[in-house]
Design a protein around this ligand. Structure first.
Ligand code: ADP
Ligand code: MG
Length: 262
């Protein structure tokens, strides 16, 4: 007799529970619950000011939450457990925890005074203490992966926005993060440059990278997302497959938003 295999239980890569965050009197996150499974691509949609960037920033230690919890790989963001006590991490420990998460910003945030290659090797060398030759070899592989093998010695200002964003993605990947966060990665680009950046993100998705992507690119969401989340006024209003959220939204606010961006 063969035993029936138990269904696989996968711990979420990212788990937010009742996350609250205020700036002054304004409550920007009002109790957000979100699970992202390993290998899953979650696209976050929502109007400007709904809290999307703040949500990503709580995951990457850029904002401290006022309530609830954020964990990545089962570890509470910003805390260390010792016995049954929790200790807040110090700056240096936060930096180390953060190296497991890649963050790609709307405006690229490359170091203007460093070459493309130096931008990519900076964190592996200084934060992870990788030997420079190994870091450079890895950086060149990453540049090839984002289609920029020939631009290693260029400075950011010599590149188009689309190229700069691809360098920013290569830089995020250089830390071999288990999780990538994208905050409107194509919003600052001229329309003709959007595709080349989305292509890179699409390849990462195909390779099984766990990602949370804030974007208004609905076509991309439909094609690449496993899960689409719609945020409004600091809450997740709706969550489901692309077909559920984009084609059969249950909430009026989702419908109103989609009618504007589609
Ligand atoms: P989204 O990314 O969806 O546009 P954000 O998370 O950037 O939304 O912002 C949500 C709200 O929080 C906005 O009203 C914004 O003005 C406010 N906010 C964001 N960051 C700060 C901050 N550092 N200080 C004060 N208010 C902030
Ligand atoms: Mg934002």
């Amino acid at each position: 007799m063969s035993a029936t295999a138990a269904p696989p239980v996968t711990a979420p890569k990212v788990a937010l529970r009742g996350v609250r965050k205020s700036f002054g009197d304004v409550e920007v996150l009002r109790g957000v619950d979100l699970d992202v499974a390993p290998g899953e691509v979650t696209v976050v949609l929502g109007p400007s000011g709904s809290g999307k960037s703040t949500l990503l920033r709580t995951i990457n230690h850029l904002e401290k939450v006022d309530g609830g919890s954020v964990s990545v790989d089962g570890v509470l963001v910003g805390y260390r457990r010792s016995g049954n006590k929790l200790y807040e991490l110090r700056e240096r420990e936060i930096l180390r925890q953060r190296t497991r998460i890649g963050f790609v910003f709307q405006n690229f945030h490359l170091f203007p005074h460093l070459t493309v290659l130096e931008n990519i090797t900076e964190a592996p060398v200084s934060a992870l203490r990788r030997p420079r030759p190994a870091a450079e070899e890895a950086a060149r592989r990453l540049l090839a992966r984002v289609g920029l093998a020939d631009r290693a010695e260029a400075y950011p200002r010599q590149l188009s926005g689309g190229q700069q964003q691809r360098v920013a993605i290569a830089r995020a990947l250089a830390l071999e993060p288990g999780l990538l966060l994208f905050d409107e990665p194509t919003s600052a680009l001229d329309p003709e440059l959007v595709g080349e950046v989305l292509d890179v993100i699409r390849d990462l998705a195909a390779a099984g990278t766990t990602m949370i992507v804030v974007t208004h690119e609905i076509g991309f969401a439909r094609e690449v997302a496993d899960t689409v989340v719609f945020m409004d006024e600091g809450r997740i209003v709706e969550r489901g497959t692309p077909a559920e959220v984009l084609d059969r939204p249950a909430h009026e606010r989702t419908r109103a938003f989609l009618s504007k961006v589609l």
